[in-house]
Ligand binder design. Structure first.
Ligand SMILES: [Zn+2]
Length: 303
């Protein structure tokens, strides 16, 4: 039986009441018995040895009276508590329900609740740790990406002294980024760079380093085509344009800004492989996957 009053559903309170009830029962039964036994002993003593009769009688009467009073103590307490009303009701319910059976049931419920709480706490902690782990991994990944970007930037940043304020083929370079005019056609007047083969000097600087390092690794890389004029691009387009993706529209080619080069490799496969593997270290890449000879700066935008 489960109690409907919260106060008496507490196992600890019920246990206290149970203990109280046990003590009261013991007092109620044991003390009068002891007193009666003592009275009997006195009576027997008196019969054997009659002496001071008056005294012994009063002693017996006193003890008998005490036994009766003690037996009725709980009744008296109960009567007193009745006057207090509400509190007594509560206490009475607790008293009535503080049985071994109820305590066992409530103890079981409490244990189950505690286990459930522990389980919930465990799950919560696991989720928290998982979350922490994920965040840590994400932070590490972000850090790695930043580092990687910085590394790439550093290569380009290495050309920090290479600043072209819109004078070299109308391209200007700042902090390693190449800016080309967004509203003009390439290959027209003033778009030719000052470096060999009409290339932009900053582009040529990076490409030159790449070619130099390829050479020290035993590969020969040559520039077969640098800057291209508008009319040259028209000719290229007419030659290759109908063969899909072989040439850019005239005015749209990055050759026309002096920031693209077509390369020749020797020995072909090994040199091509080395250049493609290492180009990004120089801030250069092969943007057009179908043109493994056409190299450009990676960081490029319009102004
Ligand atoms: Zn090209």
């Amino acid at each position: 039986m489960i109690l409907d009053i919260q106060f008496c559903e507490n196992v600890r309170i019920l246990k206290i009441f149970y203990l109280l009830k046990s003590i009261i029962t013991i007092i109620q039964i044991a003390v009068p018995i002891i007193l009666i036994v003592m009275c009997s002993i006195d009576l027997i003593k008196n019969i054997i040895n009659i002496k001071d009769n008056q005294n012994i009688v009063s002693k017996i009467v006193k003890r008998m009276l005490s036994a009766v009073i003690i037996f009725f103590v709980p009744t008296i307490i109960n009567f007193t508590l009745n006057l207090v009303g509400n509190v007594n009701e509560q206490v009475g319910i607790c008293m009535n329900n503080s049985t071994k059976e109820n305590i066992d049931i409530l103890q079981k419920i409490e244990n189950e609740r505690r286990i459930a709480l522990l389980e919930a706490e465990k799950i919560r902690r696991q989720q928290y740790e998982e979350q922490q782990k994920k965040e840590k991994e994400a932070a590490a990944e972000a850090k790695r990406i930043r580092k990687e970007q910085k590394k790439q930037n550093n290569v380009l940043m290495g050309d920090e002294d290479c600043v072209d304020p819109n004078t070299d083929g109308r391209v200007y370079v700042k902090n390693g980024t190449f800016y080309i005019p967004g509203n003009r056609e390439s290959g027209t007047d003033g778009t030719q760079g000052s470096a060999p083969q009409g290339m932009n000097s900053c582009f040529y600087q990076s490409l030159g380093k790449l070619i130099e390092d390829a050479k020290s690794n035993g590969y020969t890389v040559t520039v077969t085509s640098g800057w291209r004029s508008y009319s040259a691009q028209v000719a290229t387009f007419n030659k290759y344009g109908r063969n899909p993706w072989r040439a850019a529209n005239p005015g749209g080619s990055r050759h026309g800004w002096g920031i693209a080069a077509d390369l020749g490799y020797s020995p072909y496969n090994a040199a091509l492989n080395w250049v493609h593997t290492n180009s990004k270290k120089y801030g250069l890449w092969f943007r057009l996957s179908h043109e493994n000879w056409h190299i450009e700066p990676m960081a490029l935008t319009t102004y």
